[in-house]
Design a protein around this ligand. Sequence first.
Ligand SMILES: Cc1cc2nc3c(=O)[nH]c(=O)nc-3n(C[C@H](O)[C@H](O)[C@H](O)COP(=O)(O)OP(=O)(O)OC[C@H]3O[C@@H](n4cnc5c(N)ncnc54)[C@H](O)[C@@H]3O)c2cc1C
Length: 398
Amino acid sequence: MKSIQKPIVIVGAGFAGMTFALNLKNLNPSLPILVVDSATNFIFKPLMYEVLSKEIRSWEATPKFANIFSDAGITFLRNCLTKISFKENILEFSDDLKLSYQYLVICTGSIPNSFLIKGVDENCYFFNDFHDLNKLNSFLKKTLQETESHKKLFIVGGGPSGIELACKIEDIFTDQFEINVIEKSNEILNKNKIFNREQAEKAIEKRKINVLLNSTVKQVSETKISISSEVGITSLDKDIVIWTAGVKPNLSYLETGEITKKLGRILVNNNLQIENHKNCFAIGDISVIEGMEDLPITAQVAMQEGKHLANNLELLIQGKDPLPFEFEDNGEMISLGIGEASISGLGFTLSGKLAFEARRLIYASKLPDITESLKSASSWIFQKKSIFKKFLKKDNSN
Ligand SMILES: Cc1cc2nc3c(=O)[nH]c(=O)nc-3n(C[C@H](O)[C@H](O)[C@H](O)COP(=O)(O)OP(=O)(O)OC[C@H]3O[C@@H](n4cnc5c(N)ncnc54)[C@H](O)[C@@H]3O)c2cc1C
């Protein structure tokens, strides 16, 4: 057994960091664990659509880190990482604080990727965190007060975020917007399960949302959006453009060339260790595992990595060899408008209202420790528990 004098420091307490910290504490309660995050609240990102539609209240999807970690007996510090000195094992933060670590886990998530397309950063709305959500919400609310209807709304990206957002906005603001989804490939949800894609296509058709396939955005100005398609470049009037076309890792604290990257993300081996820095690990959206480059950038992957790394670190501390990470596909869920969703995987497919309730319950059961604070504060997650016992049972066995 190795002795631990300095703390195990986790930077970023999202799905990956939170799962890692809580699991490690459970495995070895005596370890000194310090969690640092620049935010005060955890964001349950898959439920941001329900916050927009007011199906749940914002505080229900954003429990406070301080509460979660003090309940678990883990020290939490609010601060923003600005630099890592890998050789000296020292972290630097925005208020000039310096911290040394014995083991470091970085998991700072992702931010929207505008792919350097002209005008996107300045003229588009995003939907990646609560700041984006509040900004979008204010714009949409302001629009509600205006008399003119059928404002032109474009959503760029026909992946889950774009489709879930399009259906939700149409259900909230019936006929207020003409909604157009722009997708560069030849189908929406092209990386998702066929069942969910089919359900999404039906949901989109039912809501009369336009989908422009094989189309890419060239430029966005204050009043126009330029789209390239097989008919050439078209410039269209727009009232709002929401950009959901991709994300990139949030790595502003890394110096260029400091560590090996692949696909722009930190390259880790299958033990989730950073090359040449065996006491440092990167998990969640910021990293890519050598040989597993096709893994989706999702909370499901981030949480599995967090859990696996907790087991591995405990093995390392005991002087044993770590085990390689293996991904287990537990299925996929998408919301499709108010009160509707689609689920594929976990051995079944389900759509409509039942899927909507099951989705919320499955999310809650995935995060038992985090949702203690949600459970005590809200009723929606557990009110239908008896109906969904079979889903919970199936889900918990994963
Ligand atoms: C709207 C939306 C819906 C989604 N829906 C789904 C879904 O249905 N299913 C699914 O599996 N995935 C979904 N995802 C993707 C999923 O949310 C991400 O893959 C997941 O959050 C990644 O986890 P993470 O721990 O890597 O990063 P995050 O959960 O983003 O956490 C990163 C943390 O790092 C902190 N941080 C960042 N920089 C610093 C710094 N310099 N110093 C200190 N702290 C820092 C942040 O404050 C944050 O708390 C969705 C994403 C979005 C945006």
